[in-house]
Design a protein around this ligand. Structure first.
Ligand SMILES: Nc1ncnc2c1ncn2[C@@H]1O[C@H](COP(=O)(O)OP(=O)(O)OP(=O)(O)O)[C@@H](O)[C@H]1O
Length: 264
């Protein structure tokens, strides 16, 4: 279940190797300078294959958001290299960050407008995306008229509108109730299978990681290091409350606690 680290390097360009969507090579990130500097990530290396669904778990402050920011190109590493295949990744956060003055369809159309799509092409693509997230009946609503789960579905449609091959998700369902979260797990999984997207999904919730991931990466805190990875070979779709998911989540949680004790 647990694999050896670090990974063997894979070429992003070689047609003979498995296509890679993302690679971190010895990435270190220091926030601040001098004695006050915080090493958020320490020589982190891993690869994510194209079409893979990878979940990242770790205790609070282990550098998950720092890592996503580096991959999204919002920040630069202090050392090492981040390589992303294809266009700029799409990002989705815990808060939907929708434009409150725009309707659902206008929010989803926003990235398409940035891409310079014609009005007609935009309307067709927006309709397709809203169908994909089951919100076609809510196209004219404004964000304040939607539930938390619906807002996250709009945010997902807007992220998908960017046509990125890599979707970065930072605890996207953490603020939702358990039932809505379970529902969105199924929707996200179906969407991922349909589109062939590569997903990097950060969560505090180990069961959620096992429910969704092909692989779970486990980070330690202060400094953030990759301490273990787990291949999840359970059949899909999985149920978050199933004994198989619970068993694997327990193994990962035990390792997480061990890493936390070592860091204390
Ligand atoms: N801009 C910054 N300046 C200084 N320190 C920072 C900055 N951003 C993050 N840190 C520190 O770097 C470490 C990693 O932070 P990061 O937000 O990446 O962790 P996280 O795993 O996402 O945390 P959480 O799970 O609580 O959201 C923490 O100790 C944090 O205090």
């Amino acid at each position: 279940m647990s694999a050896a680290l670090p990974h063997a390097p894979l070429s992003l360009l070689s047609p003979s190797s498995t296509p890679v969507a993302l690679r971190l090579d010895g990435v270190t990130k220091r926030h601040g300078a001098g004695g006050d500097a915080v090493v958020a990530l320490d020589t982190m290396s891993f690869t994510v294959k194209k079409g893979e669904f990878v979940c990242v778990v770790g205790a609070s402050g282990c550098g998950k958001s720092t890592m996503l920011n580096l991959v999204a190109g919002l920040d630069t590493p202090s050392a090492g290299k981040v390589t992303v295949a294809g266009e700029r990744p799409a990002l989705m956060f815990q808060e939907s960050a929708l434009f409150p003055w725009l309707s659902v369809e206008e929010n989803v159309a926003f990235p398409l407008q940035m891409q310079g799509l014609s009005r007609k092409a935009r309307a067709a693509r927006v309709a397709e995306l809203l169908r994909l997230v089951h919100l076609e009946k809510f196209a004219h609503r404004r964000p304040h008229e939607l539930s938390g789960g619906m807002k996250q579905r709009v945010a997902l449609a807007r992220a998908l509108a960017q046509q990125a091959e890599l979707l970065l998700m930072d605890e996207p369902f953490a603020a939702l109730d358990a039932m809505m979260r379970d529902h969105l797990h199924s929707e996200l999984e179906a969407l991922w299978q349909k589109t062939g997207l590569t997903v990097v999904f950060v969560t505090h919730n180990v069961r959620e990681a096992v429910r969704l991931g092909d692989r779970v990466l486990l980070l330690s805190s202060r400094p953030g290091r990759l301490v273990a990875e787990y291949q999840v070979d359970l059949d899909r779709p999985r149920r978050i409350e199933s004994p198989e998911v619970a068993r694997m989540a327990r193994t990962i949680t035990d390792r997480l606690l061990e890493a936390a004790r070592a860091a204390a």
